[in-house]
Design a protein around this ligand. Structure first.
Ligand code: ADP
Ligand code: ZN
Ligand code: ZN
Length: 745
């Protein structure tokens, strides 16, 4: 009989299941005492799950008849402590998601699965005795380059990464393959070494200009408390220099800095720049890392070993026991919003964390989101502006090409092709931007009007592979292009419109003497492929064709002409955020021209040269556009002047999705009425078919909530969700709630 009564200890655990409640367990009697914020392995039905201790209730609060013993405490001290625990609890309330799922989202895979916090030593490579002996006889090639680098002693992998072997050969991570080759031949081995603290002496940056100095001074003056800044500066105006100064100050005070960047902004170039300038190890966290690497970065942050982390969206969950500064670069970027699972926005959550950590946060962008701009204009954020390009770079000249009635080839006008020819003749590099991959967006029968549609989605199939294949960009379905029209048997099937593939084909024909490189998800699905392609392409004369993958990231210093085509559709989208997204994309792409000392040119081809969006953007820049757009949002009571939430439901039958959303609607109306002091606070629209009513065989409906007071929206959701979750209709559909939806589909 275990001696229970005096030592009985209970744990309240957040378990990763889609149930909005916590579960109580008896603490294991041997081993570690479960602290709040530690992981614990618990029995759950027939399974064993890894949860997090969030409370230590007393016997009086717990139904002792049903409580089961927990299996094992997994952490000696809390993984989620202090600020992070509190901020994640906040996120749970804000997204109305179960706390257990929030913790699971915040953890890298191995920690989520219950593996121990990994060791955080570094890895290095050194030659074996055989390696030293055999070096002289090695054939030329990457393995030999690496072996030569190792002949004076072990070299930390971090030092192999940005320079060294890579510069000597080509391509990201090239040394890894070389190292593997050496290891297989017994010539080199991987060894554990103490983590790098100082990588090198910090390299000084350029002298800050007045505007940069003002910005740095403002951030440093606020360094002891929460202070949000919007650093609004055109591409190349030196925002990154401002971050680097603020981070250097943060390091000098012994604090940690976290920098969030968009998915494709985290380039080896950027990391190398940070490492060189700061002189410390800079940890990266992105989707291209292995699970193990992610867990190690997590551990290094928790232990305070990682002083600077540059990461994509999920890096917002890193523990920062010594935080001094948060930076969100390209804060407007769509990749900061998670579109499934826990639908959090990394920028917004970073603001919550900065407040809880009581540190400054800098949101940087050339094209701030209207939300952030509104906060800056209304004084909630300090608005810092960088109006000039740093150094000598001049802003690009923009020319609008009116293509009405002009003959188009693959969607390109003769004037645009002339501009390309002229730029190439002047030894420049050209970027042709078209935000549509594939060969052509539609396959049409010229005889009867049939067009190729996906069988699973309400969407046209895109023509790929030079016309040989049809592919759906929504569900991934593929099939060969038919030889004859399935409806009328006619042979007049035509590819309509142009995607990047077709443009590439035309440009190769027209400019056979220069390299043409296409960059889109078709050519560049692997994470580092983009870097490798662009590095190989180099600074020579040539043409890049691509989608928004080319809108940022990798520096293209030789680019002298940016040609933008196919934006007209975006001018007339029903989504209220479409103008903002289009304006941001246009400014971003245009900003790529002429970054170095060469003047840049932008040509924008459109059928709607007088469209107000283009006019305001061209005449007044993003600021003028944004001011007008904010007025329209206010008049229409859209964000940031209203707060939205979206219920989405999908099922094999549309009736089921709609029936569920009707339950939701009634529950919301009931809660709103119960809370009402005066008029109803909530505006509901739906159930309505989603903009793409059928996708991958599922029928999709949605219900949009809008309220002018955020608090009210959350109180209503809080009241209504238990009713929604308990309803039998909920079990017949796949549904989700998205607070602050970005895409209204
Ligand atoms: P952003 O982050 O706004 O795009 P960067 O900080 O990357 O701008 O700066 C763009 C380029 O200008 C970089 O090559 C950078 O080294 C250079 N630069 C930045 N600030 C200055 C300055 N004050 N004087 C000279 N060059 C600068
Ligand atoms: Zn036909
Ligand atoms: Zn499809």
């Amino acid at each position: 009989m275990p001696d229970r009564s005096p030592q009985i200890r209970l744990l309240r655990v957040a378990v990763p299941v889609p149930l909005p409640r916590l579960f109580d367990y008896l603490a294991p009697t041997d081993g570690v005492e479960g602290e709040i914020g530690s992981r614990v392995k618990v029995p759950f039905g027939a399974r064993e799950l890894v949860g997090v201790v969030v409370d230590v209730p007393t016997v009086a609060d717990v139904d002792m008849a049903t409580v089961k013993p927990a299996l094992e405490i997994l952490d000696e001290s809390a993984l989620f402590a202090g600020e992070l625990l509190g901020s994640l609890r906040w996120l749970g309330r804000y997204t109305h998601a179960p706390l257990g799922e929030i913790f699971a989202t915040a953890l890298p895979g191995p920690l989520r699965r219950g593996e121990p916090l990994p060791a955080t030593h570094d890895w290095a490579w050194r030659l074996t005795a055989a390696g030293h002996a055999g070096l002289a006889d090695m054939r030329a090639g990457r393995p030999r380059v690496l072996a030569e680098r190792l002949q004076d002693g072990a070299v930390n992998e971090a030092h192999l990464d940005p320079d060294g072997v890579e510069a000597a050969s080509s391509g990201t991570g090239a040394w890894r393959a070389a190292a593997r080759t050496l290891a297989q031949r017994g010539l080199a081995e991987r060894i554990a070494v103490a983590p790098l603290q100082t990588a090198s002496a910090p390299r000084p940056g350029p002298q800050l200009n007045d505007e940069q100095q003002v910005a740095v001074d403002a951030v440093l003056a606020a360094r002891d408390h929460f202070a949000p800044f919007l650093l609004n500066g055109v591409t190349g105006s030196g925002k990154t220099e401002v971050y680097l100064h603020a981070i250097a100050d943060c390091l000098a005070r012994g604090k940690q800095a976290l920098v969030l960047v968009p998915e494709i902004g985290l380039t080896p170039q950027l990391l190398a720049r940070f490492r060189a300038r700061l002189g410390v190890a800079v940890h990266a966290l992105h989707s291209g890392l292995s699970d193990g690497e992610r867990a190690r970065t997590w551990a290094a942050c928790l232990r305070g070993e990682a002083r600077v982390v540059v990461g994509t969206r999920s890096a917002v969950f890193l523990p920062l026991p010594d935080a001094g500064l948060l930076v969100i670069d390209e804060e407007h970027d769509g990749s900061f919003k998670q579109l499934d699972g826990i639908r959090y926005h990394a920028r917004d959550f970073a603001l919550v964390r900065a407040r809880a950590l009581d540190v400054p946060i800098v949101l940087g962008s050339a094209t701030p989101s209207l939300e952030s701009l509104h906060n800056a204009v209304s004084g909630r954020y300090t608005h810092l502006r960088l109006t000039r390009r740093a150094g000598n770079a001049r802003p690009p000249a923009v020319r609008v090409l009116d293509v009405r009635k002009r003959p188009l080839q693959a969607g390109l006008s003769p004037e645009l092709l002339d501009a390309v020819a002229a730029a190439l003749a002047a030894n420049g590099q050209v970027l042709v931007f078209k935000n549509r991959r594939g060969y052509a967006p539609v396959l049409l029968c010229h005889d009867c009007g049939w067009s190729a549609q996906c069988r699973q989605c309400d969407a046209a199939m895109t023509v790929h592979a030079g016309g040989r294949r049809l592919q759906c960009h929504h569900c991934g379905a593929r099939r060969p292009t038919p030889n004859a029209c399935p409806d009328c048997g006619g042979l007049a099937l035509q590819s309509q419109g142009a995607g990047t593939e077709r443009i590439e084909e035309l440009l190769r024909e027209r400019f056979p003497d220069v390299p043409v490189l296409r960059i889109d998800r078709g050519t560049t699905s692997r994470r580092d492929a983009l870097e490798t392609h662009l590095a190989n392409f180099g600074d020579t004369r040539g043409i890049l064709v691509g989608t928004q993958m080319l809108a940022k990231g990798h520096d293209l210093p030789s680019l002298t002409l940016v040609a933008v085509v196919g934006i007209d559709e975006g001018l007339f989208s029903a989504d209220f955020r479409a103008p903002e997204k289009l304006a941001q994309l246009l400014i971003q792409v245009a900003g790529r021209a002429g970054r170095a000392d060469r003047a840049g040119q932008v040509v924008l081809q459109t059928h709607h040269p007088e469209h107000p969006l283009l006019e305001s953007l061209l005449n007044g820049g993003y600021g003028a556009f944004a001011a007008i757009e904010l007025e329209q949002r206010e008049a229409a009571v859209f964000p940031p002047f209203a707060h939205l939430a979206m219920f989405r439901a999908e099922a094999k039958q549309v009736e089921l999705a709609d029936a569920f959303l009707l339950v939701v609607r009634r529950a919301l109306e009931g809660a709103d009425r119960a809370l009402r002091a005066g008029a109803p606070a909530l505006e509901l629209s739906g159930p309505l078919p989603a903009p793409m009513p059928r996708r991958a065989g599922y029928l999709r409906s949605q219900l949009l909530l809008s309220a002018t007071a955020r608090g009210r929206l959350h109180r209503v959701l809080q009241e209504a969700l238990p009713v929604v979750r308990a309803s039998p209709e909920a079990r017949k559909v796949r549904w989700s709630l998205d607070v602050d939806p970005v895409d209204l589909y």
